[in-house]
Structure formats: C-alpha cells, structure tokens
Write a protein of this length. Structure first.
Length: 442
C-alpha cells in the first residue's frame, strides 16, 4: 500500500525542509559571524556589491550555497550556476563568451560553482582567462582544501573565506527558526520541547542540513493527533543512533587528525592523544596505518630518551596484525598512552636531518682507506685497510683511528639531550670524547 508523505498533502512538489526554510538575507543567516557579523569584510562586500572572485571553504551544511544564493539576490550582476557533473568545456566557454559580451554592455556576471573541487583541471582552466580579464566574478564552494583541489593560477585570483562548523547553539537556532518558518510545516502544529531541539542539534555534528533532515523525519514519525505533531526524545532516539563522524581516510581530515594525534603525543597530552586516536578508529581508519605512525613517532619524537618506546610500538603493530579491529583498539590506546607519557627527544630525528644536509652539500666523499676492506691483493697494494685498528684488541675497546671523511671531520650530528635514558648516551659520548682527548691520533 502506498503511504503518502505528510509533506506532499496539498503540495506534490514539496522540497526538502532545508530548501523550504533557506535564509534569503544575511540577517536570517545563522553562524559564520567571523565573516558576516557587523562590519565584517564579507558582509561589507556583499552589502556594498563589491565582490571579487572568491572561494567558500568549509564542511558540509554550514551555509556555503546559502551565502551564494543571498549574493544572487542582493547583487546587481547576472547570476549563473555550474554543475561539475554536467558542465562541459563547451558549455563553460559559451557562457563565458556571453559574460564577455555582457561586460561590454556594463553588466557583470557572477558564476557560482558548487563543489568546485569536482571540476577537473581542464574545466577549471576554462574559467581562468575570464576571471583574469574580469569578465566574470567566480564564486566557488568546496568542502576540500582549495590548496590541493583548485588550480594554483585560479586560486591565486580568488579570496578564500573559511566557514566553520556550526555550534550546537547555532543549530538550535536553525531548528527553532524552521519550526516557526511559514514554509516549514505550514499545515501542522509541531510541538518540540527544548530538550528535543538540543538533541537534534547535538547529533547533527555542526551540519545544518543534517539537523533539518532529522527534524523533518522526526515530524514525519512524531506522535500525531489531528494537525498536532509532538516530537519526543524517545522518538528521536530511534532516529539518532550516533553522530556522523566527519572523517575521510583519503582527504584532508585524515591528515588533520593524524597530525593532531602526533602533536598531542609530542606535547605529552595523554587525553588529547587518546581522543584523536579514537576519532580515527571510530571514523574507520585502518588500525595498521595508525600503528605505523606510532612506530615512526617512537623514534622521531622519543628516540633514545626511552629505548623501550620502539619495542612497544612494534609490539602494537604486530598485535594489530594478529587481532585486527575491533579488538586491537585497546592495544593502540595503550601504545598511545605510553608514547604520550614517555620522555621526549628529537635528537635522533635531528641527527638524521643534519646528516642529510651535510651529504647534500658535500656529495660522495670517499671512504677513508683505513676502514675499507681489502679482499684482493691489488686492493691491499693500493692501501685498502692499511692502518686499520681493531677496537676489540684494545683495553678500552676504543682506538684513535679516523673513521669519518677528513672533509667533514668535527661534524656533530647527534646531540643527545638530558631527557630520560638519553642522558646515559650523552654521558657515554662525553666519556668517549674525553678518551680521544687523552689519546690523540698520531
């Protein structure tokens, strides 16, 4: 049996709630006050109709398209939109030529491209000459980092505005406005308690579209008596199981969160490190990827300050291989806690970087003859191995033989700290240094 939607009654062409209640002015717009608050730059540009090409970058459901539509209503320019899916190079060039003609008559053209990151390089290049000449004002909206997804030539001619996730308070305001909006639920008396509004807002994870879709479903499934619909927390709990985590294993958020994990451990912030590790796991990240990063961290940020850190990380990697998710989550958490609490030293990492720099500068320096092997008579006759001193034959297990190319004699790559067990290595290096001072080479 076909069941008709509540929202189709009397309006077969009903659109989603998010579209029905979309703000049409900046005063109705919720959030992004750092951009459109009083006397903020974007608000001034829009209200004074002084826009240049720009990019709106932010997560889903924060108002990128809505801002573009508000601009369309307030600007005096001709407004056209493009779809990355359907727009061909031919279509783009045709409209660009029309924009060029309109410019000659004194009319500006604003081109709005939603999800501009989906345009390929050729499509983006097609806009470039017209943006350069000022034939069009380009407005792009993207959820991806424009530094990676938009051609540098095009990006350099656009002002990037970063939109932030909406707060729970922002979303509560969005929901409340939708409940009272004349196009929201015009034929219904929707009763929604503040606790229910808060629950919807909290579950939307900063996304107004998700919040409004949840509200619409809640009204559809609410307790109905005539035209009255009551939204209860119990009904909402059936619709809302958990927040939708914003985490893409292949895009920017992936790198943002692994960076957050590294820097939290480096800062010895145990709770933050646990949180970011859990965010990755709950977002579906491969546990072996996390484990590999922990192995790297153990040497890069701890090194010889705690010689057990690498063992713990390797053991964790093997445990993840053996068990997999979800069981290996506790092993990763244990390792993260250990690494966050361990004494920190980047001396090993710094030593490697210094050596790379010297090698790049000095090139392929020859190995000193005394430490070359001489497996043939010819090589021995050429002096290979001549003057070699076998350390195990010496009382202190040390010799005054030179083992570094003379061109870089005196270079100190490893500079141990006093952190944790690294102080032992520092003391040993000082002991070796004193021995050489007492036993100079002949």
């Amino acid at each position: 049996m076909h069941q008709e939607s509540l929202f189709a009654q009397g309006n077969p062409q009903a659109t989603p709630l998010a579209n029905r209640v979309r703000p049409t002015t900046l005063d109705e717009f919720v959030g992004q006050q750092h951009l459109i608050g009083s006397h903020r730059v974007l608000r001034e540009l829009i209200e004074n109709d002084q826009l240049s090409s720009l990019i709106f970058w932010g997560p889903p459901g924060v108002g990128k398209t809505t801002l573009a539509e508000i601009i369309a209503r307030q600007t005096k320019a001709h407004f056209v939109t493009f779809s990355a899916v359907t727009a061909s190079i031919k279509d783009i060039r045709k409209i660009m030529q029309e924009a060029e003609q309109n410019r000659e008559y004194g009319e500006r053209t604003i081109c709005f491209i939603d999800e501009i990151h989906r345009f390929n390089k050729a499509q983006q290049d097609a806009f470039l000459p017209f943006v350069e000449r000022g034939s069009i004002i380009l407005i792009g909206a993207t959820t991806e980092n424009p530094s990676f997804e938009i051609n540098s030539a095009l990006l350099s001619r656009c002002k990037v505005f970063v939109l932030k996730s909406l707060t729970t308070a922002n979303l509560e305001e969005v929901i409340t406005r939708a409940l009272h909006h004349p196009n929201g639920f015009p034929n219904l008396d929707v009763q929604c308690q503040p606790a229910a509004i808060h629950l919807i807002a909290q579950s939307a994870n900063g996304d107004a579209r998700v919040a409004l879709n949840t509200l619409e479903m809640a009204v559809l499934n609410g307790e109905r008596a005539g035209k009255k619909v009551a939204i209860t927390e119990s009904n909402l709990n059936q619709l809302i199981n958990t927040k939708s985590l914003r985490y893409d294993k292949h895009d920017e958020e992936h790198y943002n969160i692994i960076s957050a994990l590294h820097k939290s451990m480096r800062n010895s912030d145990v709770d933050a490190a646990i949180y970011w590790c859990s965010r990755m796991l709950d977002g579906g990240e491969d546990p072996l990827y996390i484990a590999r990063r922990l192995v790297r961290f153990a040497s890069e940020d701890i090194g010889l300050a705690d010689t057990n850190a690498l063992n713990v990380a390797i053991n964790t990697f093997q445990a993840c291989q053996f068990l997999g998710m979800p069981e290996c989550d506790v092993h990763l958490t244990e390792c993260v806690i250990y690494l966050a609490c361990a004494p920190k030293s980047n001396a090993v990492y710094t030593a490697r970087q210094r050596a790379k720099k010297v090698i790049k500068k000095t090139g392929n320096l020859p190995v000193p003859l005394q430490i070359r092997n001489a497996p043939t008579k010819l090589m021995a006759d050429l002096g290979y191995g001549k003057g070699y001193q076998y350390a195990h034959d010496q009382k202190d297990k040390l010799t005054n033989m030179t083992t570094i190319p003379p061109e870089i004699a005196g270079e100190k790559f490893y500079q141990p700290t006093d952190q944790g067990r690294e102080s032992r290595f520092k003391a040993r290096i000082e002991q070796i240094k004193r021995w050489h001072e007492e036993h100079p080479s002949e």
